[in-house]
Design a protein around this ligand. Structure first.
Ligand SMILES: [Zn+2]
Length: 363
């Protein structure tokens, strides 16, 4: 039983072997009328019913964690839609909508305040200072907390500087913090961070993360390989999150669709658990139908040995040369660095972050 003063997310982690996070936000909103280029966050006031219906579909599919519709909710992203003055309102509403659905469910569901990248390049390469970024994440975190978020969920990150600023900012709200990176460029983030780099960064963060891992990225196979590499780098005490896309994005009749099936996502969920993830969900393209298959797969599965590279490639698909080179831990890190240096090779050339491909999601 949840003690009234206990944090729902912490309670769930302490009492359950694994947790199911939800599916996609952006790509599912496209299906109900969101147009490419629109800010999904504006739907928190324009179409709160559609946001609530999406959350409800994930609750009905078995989600333990709902991510709020606030991925692009920093002032920097909202500025692109001239909505920066509404930052607090839109984030608080996002959390309130999810909170209402979670509380009406009759079970303990954690509301995770989604916080995505600012879209700005940080110092020393770009103009955004650490202080400015930290302040933007802090005000978003406080607004999400005011709406009832249980945990702050920083996602689709790619740079060390922005991870550090986001975590430092989120700390203002005094809630558990989760951070996931998109390892979408040959086993590394777009800014070159590998799973073992992320392990070192995580250990230097203050406060430390309640959970960390990977979201979005390439396909299910790459996410499972990444979880294996993160588990190897971080050890068994770190709570790992896998929130992979529903297959690979493809253009069909001018629209982005994802080629993952419920069967593939069920397989992905079991393999992610075996590879070391304790929180498993779906990113772009993951609908309630996929999520239900993942829930059933996890319920009927006993965690077993971590999959081999061959298991992953034979059941889910290719793994990048970079992720392969990282496999096996310290002794192969030099090889991983060499592979990572050549980003045009392997899958790097055809990966793109959802935020850059017309999907205002990454979540
Ligand atoms: Zn995604």
């Amino acid at each position: 039983m949840l003690n009234p003063s206990e944090n729902r997310f912490s309670h769930l982690l302490a009492t359950r072997p694994w947790l199911l996070a939800d599916g996609a936000t952006g790509s599912n909103l496209f299906d109900v009328g969101l147009v490419s280029g629109d800010a999904p966050e504006l739907w928190n006031t324009e179409h709160p019913d559609r946001i609530a219906a999406l959350h409800q579909s994930f609750v009905d599919a078995g989600a333990d964690i709902l991510l709020t519709n606030s991925f692009g909710g920093t002032v920097y992203r909202l500025k692109l839609h001239n909505a920066q003055a509404r930052m607090a309102e839109l984030n608080t509403l996002a959390a309130q909508i999810a909170r209402r659905v979670a509380d009406a469910s009759g079970r303990t569901i954690a509301v995770a305040g989604s916080m995505g990248p600012t879209g700005e390049i940080m110092e020393p390469i770009g103009p955004l200072t650490f202080g400015e970024a930290k302040a933007a994440f802090a005000e978003q975190a406080l607004a999400l907390k005011a709406g009832g978020a249980d945990v702050l969920w920083i996602e689709t990150m790619s740079s060390r500087e922005e991870v550090e600023a986001a975590v430092a900012g989120a700390a203002a709200a005094d809630l558990p913090i989760v951070c996931t990176l998109s390892f979408d460029t040959n086993g590394r983030t777009m800014m070159g961070i590998s799973p073992s780099d992320f392990s070192a960064i995580e250990q230097s963060l203050s406060p430390r993360l309640a959970a960390c891992g990977t979201n979005c990225g390439v396909g299910a196979s790459e996410v499972v390989a990444c979880i294996h590499n993160l588990a190897e780098a971080m050890g068994p005490d770190v709570v790992l999150v896998a929130k992979g896309n529903c297959g690979i994005p493809q253009y069909v009749d001018g629209a982005i669709c994802y080629n993952g099936t419920p069967e593939i996502m069920a397989l992905y969920a079991r393999m992610a658990l075996d590879a070391g993830a304790r929180i498993i969900g779906g990113c772009c393209g993951t609908s309630a139908k996929h999520l239900r298959a993942m829930r059933e797969a996890l319920e009927s599965h006993t965690r077993s040995a971590s999959p081999t590279l061959e298991d992953i490639t034979s059941q889910l698909g290719e793994v990048s040369t970079g992720a392969r080179a990282q496999w096996g831990g310290a002794h192969s890190r030099a090889a991983g660095a060499a592979a990572g240096a050549n980003l045009s090779r392997g899958r790097g050339a055809r990966t793109r972050r959802s935020t850059d491909s017309g999907t205002p999601d990454g979540a």
